[in-house]
Write a protein that binds this ligand. Structure first.
Ligand SMILES: [Zn+2]
Length: 310
């Protein structure tokens, strides 16, 4: 357990966070103050094992972080991973559309092994052989980051939607992430909003993400997309009663107020129970593509230091 668990006055390195995607890995080094020390992105070369890419990125980030902080290298307290897929209660990947090769692999042991070989000669190892590695779904990581240091800072009842090619989602209620019994909580993209609608690769027809997303953008007008989004959000709001909804993802960021503005106008009409001040705020994510990596790091810090305050 690290000596200093409070962020106050401690600018030292607390965690390395990695957001692992189908084609790239984003990494970040986060201080005990929750500040980002440095970030780095790497594309996944088809030939190199992904675990090795992750270990190289993590050790590179750790060395850079110590240099930036003008501190001598020392073992990194913890590592957080954000993975696109479904995780069981022990953090093992049970399903992933983008990382099929990682399903069933003991990611933490393999990464720990690879990290332990990254010691620089003559210097103390950057990662101990039992460095805590905490794995979480990538959308959940983005939500953690936005709720702690981003657009929903300080909020406890938050829904996050990432609009990319499809829709990713995550929920926090009373400050706790919702995983569900099987890790499927937050799969908003595959809620059916249109019976017998567009065929989805998941096997259903009329999934939400075929009406609101980068894919939908090719066949749904922006006006209709706002209507579909308002409808989907109203259903989520009635089910979970959040105080704020954060919209991120590449497509979401590109659309910005062009999409959020009209949806904001439509929501009150779909939420008759809600007074004007009760209708949840709808805001754009503000950590951009780093949200997943930052959230992965923060999630790891929270695991090793549950009383952590920054
Ligand atoms: Zn679907």
């Amino acid at each position: 357990m690290p000596e200093m668990l409070s962020g106050a006055g401690n600018k030292g390195l607390a965690a390395i966070g990695l957001d692992v995607g189908g084609t790239k890995v984003l990494g970040t080094a986060v201080a005990w103050t929750a500040e980002v020390i440095c970030t780095e992105k790497t594309t996944l070369p088809p030939s190199q094992p992904i675990i090795e890419v992750m270990a190289n990125l993590a050790s590179g980030l750790a060395s850079r972080a110590f240099r930036n902080l003008h501190l001598p290298p020392s073992p990194v307290p913890c590592v957080g991973l954000g993975i696109p897929g479904t995780l069981d209660r022990d953090g093992n990947l049970t399903f992933s559309a983008n990382l099929k090769g990682m399903v069933g692999v003991d990611i933490r042991s393999r990464l720990r092994e690879s990290l332990s070989t990254k010691a620089l000669s003559g210097l103390p190892a950057l990662f101990s052989s039992d460095v805590p590695i905490v794995v979480e779904n990538d959308a959940n990581c983005a939500l953690i980051a936005e709720a702690l240091v981003g657009a929903a800072r300080g909020r406890k009842d938050v829904i996050l939607l990432t609009l990319g090619t499809g829709i990713g989602g995550a929920m926090m209620l009373g400050g706790k992430l919702l995983h569900g019994a099987h890790g499927y909580a937050g799969e908003f993209g595959h809620m059916v909003v249109m019976p017998d609608g567009f065929q989805c690769k998941c096997g259903r027809k009329g999934c939400f993400e075929h009406y609101v997303s980068g894919t939908a953008n090719r066949r749904v007008s922006h006006e209709d997309m706002a209507k579909w989004m308002a409808l989907g959000l109203a259903n989520l709001i009635l089910a979970f009663d959040p105080e704020i909804i954060v919209v991120g993802g590449g497509f979401g960021a590109g659309m910005g107020e062009k999409l959020l503005g009209p949806v904001r106008k439509l929501l009150p009409g779909l939420l008759r129970e809600y007074s004007e001040t009760q209708v949840p705020r709808l805001v754009a994510a503000n950590l951009g593509e780093d949200a997943g990596a930052v959230g992965a790091a923060i999630n790891a810090i929270q695991h090793i230091a549950p009383q952590w305050d920054y």
